[in-house]
Design a protein around this ligand. Structure first.
Ligand code: G6P
Length: 767
């Protein structure tokens, strides 16, 4: 992925943005500092927060010189933006020399104007009067005659038409670009757009809950580890609060003074605890930047960061909320669960819930999933919300936005809901194991959270159940996903968890996607239990509990899986469409018409069980595997994951299985102004005709999506992607030769479709 940002600083931010905010070289210049601040704020999650009141920040600005008496400060300045304070100090060269001797060259360098810059994200909006006084925004907004006038909202509202809003729909989710910097991917999920979408969800919810008009509705918001999460969560909070809904945030940052004193003593000293007391529950941290000459400071600075990162890791940051140090994240299933939980302490149940996530997509994307107690919202509702959002956005005024901001500042509450959610998971395993406290004692299970939100599973689920989790990896949240794509379908990701299992001689490996609605496992021999194997395993478990039940899956499942479910397990395999919402809704429908179904699951790792309120929950799928391990051990069947491996014994596996994604060029003249869907349908129709006339091929008699054809001992499925201008082609066959024959059939149907990029298929058949 190419980024347009080239400066070393950007590279630096890209590496460390989770933990620091950086100043630019020359941050002594207010303009540069401000630009830097804006850049950082716009693109990165900025840490951290304080519940202290704004005057404390003012005091901080005055007191910082004495506080840093051991250094020599040439000048300092403070800037306030709507939610952030930026403090910048220029240090005299001798101060630098104390940290690391400067070369004569550096002493003489005219660029050597080192600064320290602190950024603080405030939990409260900075009052306008402060902003007017200190913010460069307000200086820029001075009228020509020199009189200050009210600063406009810190966000500039660009007009956005309805079409642009509707483009944010991705099936039953909303997805867009939230971070600038990737070529040809302009930001579409801006703060005002997000605020409008949240306000639209509130309006939609208020319409649905008219009968509850006597009380204020509550909506929970949570997010995963994405770098734009905080920014969007704030915007969502404003949108909801402005629409008259109570807002409960499940995602926030919480680091204790103790943590700071221990791991960042220098920084903390500069922050002067007396001037910036942290209230016992709120905690505060502002990480500083030893700005400028990273060449001068590099060692030290990197060392500090490494210390911090180490500290974060050893503290199991995301699992120790109750101990005071945490990035408190949320998972998608937990958000849905918050509409069902009954607990006044945790302000539950909420009327609606919003998860801020773009699942496994690249770091610059983000999006929303919406829930009520009836489940995730469907396509029609999402379209309705986006249409409403477009109207709301059109009518935004500065004053209205400020009012929403004020309301959000007054009404947002924070709850560590993951504590409830994880204790439910722990309770489920204990119950299944005959109420034993530590049913997983003796098991070594490694978790790979891919730096998403799933790190909690090691410390808050497995460890309380007695499992050893050493060797778990990528548990710490990092929205740049530096290790691998957090996606159990991804080959690299599966390789990483497999290696971790083998290296640690673990009994089981568990991997999640970013927002924990998908998962997969690896057995002790390093055998991947994902895709068809995971479905086979889950089917075996569910069919033991509910003999004969129907298993609903997505469309790309293998023929071998059908044989396994129907012949070996005695269930019924209902192969439906791709899309987790589609399979869940289908299972619910089957039950409503009298066909019992207890499991809806996709090869992607999404899965939902009837017993778990049809919650699409990757963590719960893993809980079902844990139950199996625990009960096997209790009944003396031995430890390890053999019990799971044995359950998928007999599943026929194809020699070759590929998925090729063929793009439709939407701007190609061959579309003749039509949509890519119409074009894709035409390709499918043509393929259907061709296969009808080929005696070696048999079209699947029952098929709900695309064209599925058997032949040459295997099968292929060509279908339209749920979201993209793409025709995904799945081929499974006993050998490469057979797979190529199937590929050639498909290719022959595509020759006349010029807008279709068949290069992946060309390559496949040639190889
Ligand atoms: O149709 P595709 O492009 O293959 O995408 C299909 C996938 O889209 C999303 O990621 C959904 O969350 C999945 O449930 C679905 O399987």
């Amino acid at each position: 992925m190419k980024t347009t940002q080239q400066s070393p600083l950007c590279a630096f931010i890209a590496r460390y943005d989770k933990y620091v905010s950086l100043g630019f070289r020359g941050a002594h210049s207010p303009l540069a500092a401000h630009r830097c601040l804006r850049h950082t704020l716009l693109n990165h999650r900025v840490f951290l927060s304080t519940k202290s009141t704004p005057p404390l920040h003012l005091r901080l600005s005055r007191r910082c010189s004495p506080a840093t008496a051991s250094t020599s400060i040439n000048r300092h300045s403070i800037f306030f933006s709507r939610r952030f304070a930026c403090l910048s100090f220029d240090l005299a060269p001798q101060t630098l020399a104390k940290r690391r001797p400067l070369s004569p060259n550096q002493h003489n360098s005219s660029t050597l104007k080192p600064s320290v810059v602190f950024y603080a994200e405030l939990f409260f909006p900075v009052p306008l009067f402060l902003r007017h006084r200190f913010s460069l925004d307000s200086i820029a907004s001075c009228s020509k005659n020199g009189r200050r006038r009210a600063a406009p909202s810190a966000t500039i509202i660009q007009p956005v038409d309805k079409g642009a809003f509707l483009k944010l729909q991705n099936g039953s989710d909303i997805r867009g670009v939230a971070v600038d910097g990737v070529e040809a991917e302009p930001v579409s999920l801006t703060e005002p757009v997000t605020e409008a979408i949240a306000a639209a969800f509130a309006a939609w919810l208020l319409d649905r809950k008219k009968h509850d008009a006597s009380r204020r509705l509550k909506v929970s918001i949570g997010h995963d580890s994405r770098i734009s999460a905080q920014k969007l969560q704030d915007a969502v909070s404003r949108g909801l609060a402005g629409a008259g809904v109570d807002v409960i945030q499940y995602g926030y940052v919480k680091l204790s003074n103790k943590f700071l004193m221990k791991f960042m003593p220098d920084t903390f000293f500069l922050l002067q605890p007396k001037a910036m007391p942290c209230d016992p529950s709120g905690f505060a941290i502002v990480l500083c930047c030893w700005n400028v000459h990273t060449s001068v400071y590099e060692g030290n600075w990197f060392e500090e960061l490494e210390n911090l990162k180490h500290a974060l890791r050893t503290c199991r940051l995301s699992h120790h909320a109750q101990n005071g140090d945490a990035f408190v994240l949320a998972s998608t299933p937990a958000m849905f669960n918050s509409t069902l939980t009954k607990s006044e302490d945790f302000l539950c149940p909420v009327d609606g819930s919003i998860m801020i996530t773009a699942s496994h997509l690249p770091y610059n994307r983000n999006g929303f999933k919406f829930f009520t107690d009836a489940g995730g919202l469907g396509k029609v509702d999402i379209k309705d919300i986006l249409e409403r959002a477009a109207d709301i956005h059109k009518n935004f005024t500065d004053e209205g936005l400020r009012e929403s901001e004020r309301k959000a500042a007054q009404s947002v509450r924070r709850v560590d809901y993951m504590t409830v959610y994880t204790s439910d998971l722990v309770a489920a395993v204990r119950k299944a194991a005959g109420n034993r406290e530590k049913p997983l004692e003796g098991f070594h299970i490694v978790v790979d959270a891919g730096n998403g939100a799933g790190g909690f599973f090691a410390g808050k689920v497995l460890e309380p159940l007695g499992a050893i989790t050493s060797g778990s990896q990528f548990l710490e949240p990092d929205g740049l996903f530096p290790n691998h794509i957090p996606n159990p379908e991804d080959k690299e990701a599966m390789k990483a968890i497999t290696q971790a299992v083998l290296d640690n001689k673990a009994d089981l490996g568990i991997i999640f996607d970013t927002d924990v609605d998908r998962s997969a496992a690896v057995d002790s021999s390093g055998r991947e239990l994902n895709r068809n194997r995971l479905i086979a395993l889950m089917s075996a478990i569910v069919l033991e509990e509910h003999p004969g039940t129907t298993i609903v899956t997505d469309s790309v499942t293998s023929d071998g899986l059908t044989t396994f479910i129907e012949k070996k397990l005695g269930g019924r395999h209902h192969r439906f469409k791709r899309g987790y919402k589609n399979v869940i809704d289908e299972a619910i429908r089957l039950n409503s018409v009298g066909e019992e179904s207890h499991l809806a699951i996709e090869t992607s790792g999404h899965g939902a069980l009837k017993e778990n309120n049809w919650l699409d929950d990757g963590a719960y799928l893993m809980v079902k595997l844990l139950n199996k391990l625990a009960s096997a051990k209790a009944s003396g069947l031995g430890g390890g994951s053999k019990v799971l491996t044995d359950m998928v014994d007999g599943l026929e596996e194809p020699g070759v299985a590929v998925e090729l994604r063929l793009k439709i060029d939407q701007n190609h003249a061959d579309l003749k102004g039509g949509s890519f869907r119409e074009y894709g349908e035409a390709v499918l129709q043509h393929l259907s005709n061709i296969t009808d006339s080929d005696p070696k091929l048999v079209k699947a008699p029952v098929n709900y999506e695309g064209i599925r054809v058997s032949g040459y001992g295997g099968w292929f499925l060509l279908r339209l992607s749920l979201h993209d201008p793409v025709l995904p082609l799945n081929i499974e066959a006993p050998s490469n030769e057979d797979a190529v024959k199937l590929g050639l059939t498909v290719l022959s149907a595509m020759r006349e479709f010029q807008a279709l990029d068949t290069s992946a298929l060309d390559k496949f058949v040639q190889a």
